[in-house]
Design a binder for this molecule. Structure first.
Ligand code: SF4
Ligand code: SF4
Length: 709
């Protein structure tokens, strides 16, 4: 796994009155235990991966508390897990990256929301929206609205986040409804403190077992006709009013007063910190949260409380709604409540702030300045306007100095086993022409960028083969789908492989068997090599020690299946060419095997350090370029894209082209040598062995070599 959470696991044990220090998402983890959660599940994905990672690593402690932890195979299985709270008074929490994860979980969530829950259920959503987001830019808000589930969006400080987790469970129980809590990237990683409470051992748990199913069979708890019709009425007539009552009674939303009382701001809780900073730049707030403009903070963004909105708005001439993303769900609803109450308060939001994209400080300062100029012209906003001007000046100056900076697209780690596969695909495409390539979510998506530029579509996690289904019958050349082992188990096996086989499809599927769900933090999969194989495969790939993927494909009926060592570019090129050109119909699957270099290096480093400290002979392989031989055509770079293979000035004063060079950081994966061989490049690459703690023979050879220098 990407990180060891030893320190964080210790802080899960903090008791009443002790101070928790750490980041937002880990505060949520502690808050779940303080809330007496019985079971926790989820599917990894930034920015909430750490929640599940910590829980998985803290299994021993959670076993003591009786809390069950499940690393689910998809968000759908995590959502379905919450079904435990339909019939039993057990609190459950799950987590995933949203909006994509919520899409995957949507079916189970609809049924869960329809049936309703007895035990509190909390879904912690990593709202991957705006700057730093890596998924389709949509909001999770619509899921809350369509299924009538409640959506929390706490102010990004640890105390509020923790309080909202605890209220989330209570709100869920008070209204028999699942509750979601969205945390943006900044909220997940905000650092701070909160005063801890004791963890609560759950009433129903691995230590306090249920003695059977409910004594009375209640048909209405099944989301099935005819119960669904009653459930829909219950949602509106009973659960929604109960939720509003709880939110009002416990004052989950907050109002911060200000002296400029005839205007007001309504903000999603998660945007509060950015809003306050923008107001401070405009000279209207201080460093301690004091602000001249009244702010209504929605820690619960769905449902809204009509009375609360009306009470806040009735003595104001104008309101600004600060709501990130499109469409303006909150603004529209506030407009409806104002209209129904016949209030003439002017309503602004997306007209002064942009419709789509991240609400950063600069954007908020601009929007606030426009709003306040129109509705509070007496305020002096000059400090904010000066700041905006100076910002723009800095940007203009930087643009002038830097000129057109070359783009720096993200790329694979140094030595990544997936890079050689794309080198092989590029080489074959030179001979047979470029095929349509369906890309998938995961590290391999980096091959969409230079120098590979492969990947015509990306339709979601594990969906690459399915997304090629429509292209195959229309293509003269066989389309290729690329998928990671994470995507294969998440969705690709059924949506792609089973569907292709059932429809007697054709095409080529390349599965990157690197052993982990690498892009999300190298969490384990069902096909991850076990501890024992990883321990013995210290210097080599451990991925080949597991055959679960191959066995599954064979069992399903895949007839053309090859497993190839990624780093053997010659073999990969040959196999891929065969898959693309064979007369044999049906799905051709290449399992490209090579352990994630990140994980491999994590295993390798401590072993090498130990060997060195014990004086043992250690050999490190490095590749290099002979600058006298390098022709400077850079075809090696166009075929590799390794960040440690770069250029430097040509040492020969008579030649102008920069030469290729391998800088420090080369992990000796061998791709440079393989590419030079497979593509018949210039013979400038050399392989060097750096020997530490040399033995007698090494020293003797060195002495002889020195004689001939
Ligand atoms: S995390 Fe692993 S699989 Fe992903 S780019 Fe890095 S080495 Fe490759
Ligand atoms: S051998 Fe080449 S591709 Fe592999 S890590 Fe070194 S420079 Fe990068």
């Amino acid at each position: 796994m990407e990180r060891q959470f030893t320190k964080e696991i210790e802080s899960l044990r903090l008791g009443e009155g002790e101070t928790f220090h750490g980041e937002g998402i880990l505060a949520v983890t502690k808050a779940l235990l303080q809330s007496g959660v019985s079971y926790v599940g989820g599917y990894q994905g930034a920015p909430v991966s750490h929640l599940l990672d910590v829980m998985v690593q803290a299994r021993d402690y959670l076993d003591d508390l009786g809390v069950h932890v499940e690393a689910c195979t998809s968000e759908a299985s995590a959502a379905a897990m919450l079904g435990a709270s339909i019939n039993y008074p057990a609190r459950g929490a799950v987590t995933w990256k949203s909006v994509v994860g919520t899409n995957v979980a949507a079916d189970a969530l609809s049924y869960l929301a329809s049936a309703g829950v007895m035990g509190g259920t909390l879904i912690v959503l990593g709202e991957d929206y705006g700057e730093g987001g890596v998924v389709a830019q949509e909001r999770s808000h619509s899921f809350a609205m369509k299924s009538l589930m409640w959506l929390l969006d706490p102010r990004p400080n640890l105390t509020t986040i923790v309080d909202m987790v605890e209220h989330g469970f209570a709100l869920s129980e008070a209204s028999n409804t699942p509750v979601m809590m969205e945390l943006r990237i900044r909220a997940c990683h905000v650092h701070g403190t909160f005063v801890a409470r004791n963890n609560v051992s759950p009433a129903v748990s691995m230590r306090h077992l249920l003695d059977g199913p409910p004594k009375e069979f209640i048909y209405d708890r099944l989301a099935h006709p005819p119960a669904i019709f009653r459930q829909e009425k219950l949602k509106n007539d009973v659960r929604l009013p109960a939720a509003r009552k709880y939110i009002a009674e416990h004052k989950l939303n907050e109002v911060f007063d200000g002296d400029v009382g005839d205007v007001g701001i309504v903000v999603q809780g998660g945007l509060y910190n950015g809003l306050l900073r923008a107001l401070r730049l405009l000279g209207l707030a201080d460093d301690f949260g004091g602000c001249r403009i009244p702010i209504h903070v929605l820690n619960v963004v769905y449902p809204l409380l009509p009375e609360e909105i009306i009470s806040y708005s009735k003595d104001k001439t104008a309101l600004l709604v600060v709501e990130e993303g499109q469409p303006e769900f909150i603004e529209q609803e506030i407009a409806m409540h104002l209209r129904r109450a016949n209030l003439q308060t002017r309503l602004h939001g997306k007209d002064f702030l942009q419709m789509a994209g991240d609400y950063n400080t600069e954007l908020m300062v601009r929007g606030l300045a426009r709003f306040l100029k129109e509705h509070a012209p007496q305020l002096d906003l000059s400090s904010g306007l000066l700041w905006l001007d100076s910002n723009q000046g800095t940007k203009d100056k930087a643009a002038g100095l830097l000129g057109g900076m070359p783009q720096r697209p993200p790329t694979f780690c140094v030595g990544c086993p997936e890079r050689p596969v794309f080198s092989a695909m590029k080489l074959v495409a030179q001979d047979i022409g470029r095929p349509h390539v369906s890309m998938d979510v995961g590290c391999h998506a980096f091959a969409s960028f230079e120098p590979f530029s492969q990947g015509n579509t990306l339709l979601g996690y594990g969906m690459s083969l399915a997304s090629a289904a429509g292209v195959t019958p229309m293509s003269a050349r066989r389309p290729v789908a690329v998928m990671g082992d994470g995507g294969f188990w998440h969705n690709g096996l059924l949506s792609g492989v089973a569907s292709n086989l059932m429809n007697k499809g054709d095409g080529v599927l390349v599965i990157m068997k690197n052993g982990y769900a690498s892009a999300t933090g190298t969490q384990e999969l069902i096909s991850t090599p076990d501890e024992e194989s990883r321990a013995v495969a210290v210097g080599a790939s451990a991925a080949h020690n597991d055959r679960t993927i191959e066995d599954t494909l064979t069992g399903l009926g895949v007839k053309w299946l090859r497993t190839v060592n990624n780093y053997d570019v010659g073999a990969m090129t040959k196999t891929y060419r065969e898959a693309m050109t064979t007369e044999q119909k049906g799905l051709k699957v290449i399992v490209a095997e090579g352990e994630c270099q990140l994980e491999r290096q994590r295993r390798l480093r401590p072993v090498v350090a130990k060997n060195l400290s014990e004086g043992k002979r250690t050999v490190r392989v490095k590749y290099g370029v002979d600058e006298d031989t390098c022709t400077g055509d850079h075809s090696c770079i166009r075929l590799s894209g390794c960040p440690t293979l770069t250029v430097k000035d040509n040492p020969d004063p008579l030649r102008r082209d920069p030469v290729a060079t391998v800088i420090d950081g080369c992990v000796g994966c061998g791709l440079c040598g393989e590419n030079a061989h497979a593509a018949v490049l210039c013979p400038s690459f050399y392989r060097a062995e750096v020997i530490q703690n040399p033995g007698f023979l090494d020293k003797a050879i060195d002495s002889v070599r020195n004689l001939f220098k």
